[in-house]
Ligand binder design. Structure first.
Ligand code: ATP
Ligand code: FE
Ligand code: MG
Length: 365
């Protein structure tokens, strides 16, 4: 059986053809990152236009590279939630036309479920396992109990860590920094932090008085912005032209983000253990999302999993960020279990907001 996966939830147009074992037969990805970097954030109508311009070619490329014909496909799997309405709409319209034309079953996919399950393409991780998703758009901790069964333990109350680091990087005009052209804000922070002293700036850890597994990064961003402003005034330089101590600010920001993520993850592990939610054999923490490629954050998480006896697993970096492959894989998992496969698509719509499973308060004092 063969699945075509299509992703357009945010700023990546992705497609992939995969066989039932998870083998990638062909894939194609078009990223809009560069365009959005120039405007300092995603403009939904621009994202929509770029998806529209690229989706046909991206799907065709993935199909051609796979050597699979439309008639050989068993199903088409496409992200329908959550994400930007205008972006989701392009992928869904394209897919519904495609399945109608070629008379194929359709499998609607939840983008965050796909991120959570990607690891199973590479390792036979068994349910239940704990998953931490940290990216530019999300920050959440969940217990994966099955391919479509998640317990949401915590999520961000304001912005996601990748977004925070992107905004700090923009405030520091790192795009003009000789070492940081053509990389994301998060990557720039990681790179500069290597030469910085995090103890030169002390930022207050977020949510110190909350004993749950939720996240918050907006307060940290405010603190960092205020410190940058103060330094600019002290040094008598224009906004966004600070040169001294940029490395130290990066290091302190990264450290505070890493500690906050680690603290919440540690709590989620303790909560799951106390409630008997994790298996005694090979309990696992899966980490994914663009921010998961940060080595400092990974090392901090490794300390948490080592001290609590969990295995730490991350999909290869390329599969931590948005792509068509993870959507195809989710389609394969659903096809195997016969879950959520539609032969009538009249009722299918996209959902910009969609929680990942049942939300519970995971408190440990
Ligand atoms: P989502 O997948 O939630 O819709 P997204 O598309 O913005 O959101 P990803 O593509 O998974 O997220 O990841 C991009 C984010 O990851 C950016 O915010 C970027 O700054 C951040 N990021 C990438 N590399 C690193 C790194 N090495 N350290 C920290 N952050 C990073
Ligand atoms: Fe994503
Ligand atoms: Mg993306």
């Amino acid at each position: 059986r063969l699945v075509l996966g299509i992703e357009t939830s945010c700023d990546e147009t992705g497609a992939a053809v995969m066989d039932e074992t998870g083998l990638i037969l062909g894939e194609s990805l078009h990223s809009q990152k560069e365009v959005h970097m120039k405007t300092g954030g995603i403009i939904p109508t621009v994202a929509q236009r770029l998806h529209r311009e690229n989706i046909g070619r991206v799907v065709q490329e993935a199909m051609e590279r796979s050597g699979v014909t439309q008639s050989q496909l068993s199903a088409v799997a496409t992200t329908v939630k959550p994400g930007l309405a205008l972006s989701l709409g392009i992928g869904l319209d394209f897919s519904l036309n495609f399945v109608k034309l070629h008379q194929k079953p359709f499998i609607p996919i939840h983008h965050m479920e796909a991120h959570a399950l990607t690891v199973r393409m590479f390792q036979p991780v068994v349910f239940p396992f704990l998953v931490l998703l940290v990216s530019g758009g999300h920050s959440l901790l969940a217990l994966a109990r099955g391919i479509d069964d998640f317990l949401l333990l915590g999520q961000t109350l304001d912005e996601a860590p990748g977004d925070t680091m992107d905004k700090v990087a923009r405030r520091l005009s790192l795009i003009k920094h000789p070492k940081c052209s053509m990389i994301s804000g998060g990557q720039a922070i990681e790179l500069l932090a290597r030469d910085g002293d995090r103890l030169k700036f002390l930022f207050k850890p977020p949510m110190g008085a909350h004993y749950d597994c939720n996240f918050s990064f907006a307060g940290l961003r405010n603190q960092v912005t205020m410190s940058i402003q103060k330094k600019e005034v002290e040094e008598g330089v224009e906004q966004g032209t600070l040169l001294s101590c940029v490395n130290d600010i990066a290091a302190a920001t990264q450290h505070t983000v890493a500690s906050h993520i680690a603290k919440r993850t540690h709590r989620a592990i303790l909560f799951c253990k106390a409630k008997g939610l994790l298996p005694s054999c090979n309990p696992t923490l899966v980490v994914s999302g663009g921010v998961a490629s940060n080595q400092y954050i990974r090392k901090t998480l490794k300390i948490v999993t080592d001290t609590t006896g969990l295995h730490l697993l991350c999909p290869p970096s390329k599969f931590c960020t948005d792509n068509g492959v993870m959507i195809a894989w989710n389609g394969v998992e659903r096809l195997r279990e016969g879950k959520g496969i539609l032969s009538h698509t009249e009722e299918v719509n996209y959902e910009p907001k969609a929680p990942l499973g049942v939300n519970i308060t995971a408190e440990v004092k």
